[in-house]
Design a protein around this ligand. Sequence first.
Ligand SMILES: [Zn+2]
Length: 328
Amino acid sequence: MRFLGRENLGGRVLKVVTVLSLAASATALISAKSLAQQTQTEEMERRAKVLQALPPNAAKRIFGTNPAPAPLAARAIGSFARGCLAGATAIPVDGDTWQVMRLSRNRMWGHPDLIRVVERLAKAAPREANWRGLLVGDISQPRGGPMLTGHASHQIGLDADIWLTPMPNRRLTRDERENMSATNIARSDWMDVDPAVYTRSHLAIVRLAAKQPEVARIFVNPAIKVAFCRDAGADREWLSKVRPMWGHNYHFHIRIACPKNDASCVDQPLPGDGDGCGDELKDWLKKQYAALMKPKPPRDPNARPPKPPRPWTLDDLPAECREVAIAR
Ligand SMILES: [Zn+2]
């Protein structure tokens, strides 16, 4: 259950939520509210702290500090939350209809297939979704792999975060890209969207993303899915790809399926048919409400803090990731 609550494995996780892990997921949810939006200073401080605590052979350190992609053929290796990426390409930091945010994190790398999908979505956004352009959040590190901060997934270059705020009508400065925040579109009780910020263009941009054939899943907060379910009208097939997930109230998360003929890539089963607007969504809302809105019992000041999990080394990743880690 170590990934629960981070951007992870999708709807199946819900079925294996236990009482114990619910507390952990709530904590992760709360941090997920702010993690993606942290400013440059906050992010640097967090990184320094994480690095200090990690052994030299930690996979997070190896992948989190390598500034350049592995010059190998493009391959997504392993699974979304345990793997790495060979032959990554970076999305250009500026396009006519997109701008990449948080440049100092160096997470604008992805499998070429994903970068193509994001660029295609950005180009179609103004015309087809009344959305001026994309603000692109985290994709992957240059060689994928586990990250020093945030995200359990995003490891194999097939996941991309897109802000739920449209691109402004000008180029953002480097400083703005580091420090400005997206808009939270969830209502304060987490049961629906905030009508003061939510627009039909939010639905339209996520629908457009879901209709790209490569896209397998999109994660949004359950509160946002509520609005999509209400506003989608008769065209509802795309809703099956839109999965409720903790966090994801400032950005939505696009996941494409494994590229064809990529034998090293471990796919997830596709989400089932149906719009997912029924019991499953209600269940998510209930759990989220309980986790975020109900008072928590006070923490026992004498309780020992839980032991942190052993940091992964290269041995915990697919064997091919060793080659990716050292390739030059
Ligand atoms: Zn994400």
